[in-house]
Design a protein around this ligand. Sequence first.
Ligand code: ZN
Length: 418
Amino acid sequence: MTDVLVKVNLNESPYDNENIHNRWHPDIPMTTYVKSGDDFILECYDWTGGQIKNDDSAEDVRDVDLTQVHFLSGPIGVEGAKPGDLLEVDILDIGTFDNSQWGFNGFFSKYNGGGFLTEHFPEAQKSIWDFNGIFTKSRHIPNVEFAGIIHPGLIGTLPSHDLLQKWNEREQALVDTNPDRVPVLANMPFAKTAHMGKMTGADKDKAAAEAARTVPPREHGGNCDIKDLTKGAKIYFPVYVDGAGLSVGDLHFSQGDGEITFCGAIEMAGWIHLRVKVVKDGMEKYAIKNPIFKPSPLTPNYKDYLIFEGISVDEEGTQHYLDVNVAYRQAVLNAINYLKKFGYSGAQAYSLLGCAPVQGHISGVVDVPNACATLWVPTEIFDFDINPGSEQKVDNDIDDKGKFVIDLPLAPNPPKLK
Ligand code: ZN
């Protein structure tokens, strides 16, 4: 029997579980130690620690406390791992809990988190996804069903003190360029809602004041949101502290490349089965600065895609120089506008592109002045023909107030913010 090293109770606050933490800091004590070659299971809260409910209101998404995220399970110490080594991690399996067969996706309010298209969707909305074995569909988005490629959005090793300091300095310098920006340019340490695992007292207070937030991906991995890190994948992490300190959370039932909606993929609570092995001195030996990984032998089997192009000319027609972010945004907007012609609301299309296994590719970055990004939408996730030439539409109606009968619930921003 494989040991379950971290257990969670979804009816309890993650703050009451000392094997959970929501910040990165080298002094967070290891949950427990394993040996190189061991395998084990970690149970995980959803990334918000249960703040989002399985209901038809988006108020929880609008009012979410983002200073609490992400709740991670661990850190797991690996005996013999030293700074400069690599930690090889096999994802052996990932699954859902019997009593939690659902997940959520949403867009945050522009004034509380935002997202990739926050200028187009400034108000909080959410979609709920029900799981049926490996498949999922949403009561808020008609005529789609697809297989989940379950993966951890966030997995990484503990930073050293030096690395933590480097993160805080460079992110603060960015924030200082525009401290009042909405949404913020980066999330700086915030002690009040820090959960530092087993730490207590003055040690905890000191560490919490400088511990890094978990929002961005960094050199140690972290919140990379790579949809391909599913069961069967293998990751090599840099090791920065004795024991490595592997933590994981933010499990996704499915996600499109880019996790464009930010809240986020199809977010879920669940468990992950891992195996770890130390590769001595691997960082220097293989020039590893950021993690590298190998894909799973199990990959999605979609053969047909509609592929949307975007170039680095923004919505106002302004020319940008080889800006991949602008180009990908245009590809996404082009896909949304296309799906709207088949009867989807804009919110449904946006949510779907955040949840379904769509591929994002950087196609060209040298043909000045335009970068070209492409968004690949698998046509087989729809139960009707969405190709050009089709006259079919989704099963949805518009009521006498001009609203879609089936749509994502929306929670308006407070009037003072509009
Ligand atoms: Zn996530």
